[in-house]
Design a protein around this ligand. Structure first.
Ligand SMILES: NC(=O)c1ccc[n+]([C@@H]2O[C@H](COP(=O)([O-])OP(=O)(O)OC[C@H]3O[C@@H](n4cnc5c(N)ncnc54)[C@H](OP(=O)(O)O)[C@@H]3O)[C@@H](O)[C@H]2O)c1
Length: 313
């Protein structure tokens, strides 16, 4: 089977499409034929070796976290799925890359495909929509009427965060460049700020939650925008955010690093919203797997609008 592998850290040139052995499943796992996967900035960080302090993975690395596909084989202990079922999800296991024709997954990481979606659309959802859902619902526990600022609102996480904050009843301020104001407003943003002309931390605005999707702020820079019980949530795994996260569990600071985990119940919640048309993925472009190097070059610009999806098999 075809698989994207990385045998040494480096630029997009280290991405190789190779013939790899088929995965072998245990009784609690399923073998899945991946139809589509989506590209995430995490793939770039893995390729460059920027996550080696957090994840000790031996070469070759495999990339890709989220996917849509078809169950080919279900282990003896699997009750919920059978061969032929269409599913979508994200692998929580390191080095189980979805830029692969076949992967193995466990039922907790996946859910049946939303009925109104094709494989390309569904693959755009799991990692970034679960990041937004887990940040806004589980950490910030957003209540109707609260005001959320989303910094980095037009990318993969941001386009879902705007829509999920609106579903949860919040008022949304979206921060992106001016060219993406229109998309942010179409997704439901009430206020838009262009980061090239306005410095949100120098404004007099008040928010209940500051979701720093782009990751270039921190709790100290934004705490004056928040009430005492307001939340600063970041996607950036740096020392400051990790330290603050420990303090947040001790109830000393409301500043948390989100670490997304795929969860069946969250995928089911998202499936419900997707089927009702309350939530929609924004897809910038579809590429074949053979163009993985081009995809990485585009990701490195940090200017992707919504998601990039990859046609795998
Ligand atoms: N910790 C976790 O569990 C977790 C989960 C998911 C993602 N992440 C991380 O979260 C970050 C965002 O992920 P993503 O998939 O949303 O990335 P993305 O799709 O590349 O989105 C980046 C967005 O940031 C905006 N942006 C660029 N420069 C900006 C600036 N100076 N200020 C504010 N916004 C700016 C861009 O908008 P314009 O084009 O309008 O400039 C773009 O739409 C990545 O670093 C990723 O690794 C972490």
């Amino acid at each position: 089977m075809k698989q994207v592998q990385v045998h040494k850290y480096g630029g997009p040139e280290v991405l190789k499409i190779v013939e790899a052995a088929m995965p072998v499943i245990e009784g609690w796992e399923m073998l899945v034929q991946v139809k589509y996967a989506s590209a995430n900035p995490k793939d770039v960080l893995l390729r460059k070796g920027k996550l080696k302090a957090f994840l000790s993975i031996a070469f070759p690395l495999t990339l890709g976290q989220d996917f849509s596909g078809v169950v080919v084989q279900a282990g003896k202990k699997i009750k919920e799925y059978k061969p032929g079922d269409k599913i979508y999800g994200m692998t929580n296991r390191p080095n189980n890359g979805t830029f692969s024709e076949y992967i193995k997954v466990s039922p907790q990481e996946v859910c049946h495909l939303p009925e109104n979606m094709d494989f390309a659309e569904a693959a755009a959802v799991p990692l970034t929509a679960q990041t937004a859902l887990q940040a806004l619902k589980d950490i910030a526990k957003i209540k109707p009427g609260q005001h959320v600022c989303i910094n980095g609102a037009s990318g993969g996480v941001g386009t879902f965060a705007i829509q999920i904050a609106k579903i949860l009843g919040a008022k949304v301020t979206a921060v992106s460049s001016a060219k993406n104001e229109d998309i942010c407003r179409r997704l439901g943003a009430d206020i838009h700020l262009d980061y090239n002309t306005i410095s949100v931390e120098k404004s007099n605005a008040k928010y209940d939650v500051f979701f720093d999707v782009f990751g270039n702020k921190n709790w100290r820079k934004t705490k004056h925008l928040l009430p005492n019980n307001g939340w600063y949530i970041s996607t950036a795994p740096n020392a400051k955010n990790i330290g603050d996260t420990i303090l947040s569990y001790l109830k000393i600071k409301n500043s948390r690093l989100i670490v997304v985990e795929s969860d069946y119940n969250d995928l089911k919640t998202l499936k419900g919203w997707l089927e009702k048309g309350k939530l929609k993925p924004v897809i910038e472009k579809e590429y074949p797997l053979s163009e993985i190097k081009e995809v990485h070059k585009r990701l490195e610009t940090k200017r992707v609008v919504g998601k990039i999806v990859l046609r795998v098999s």
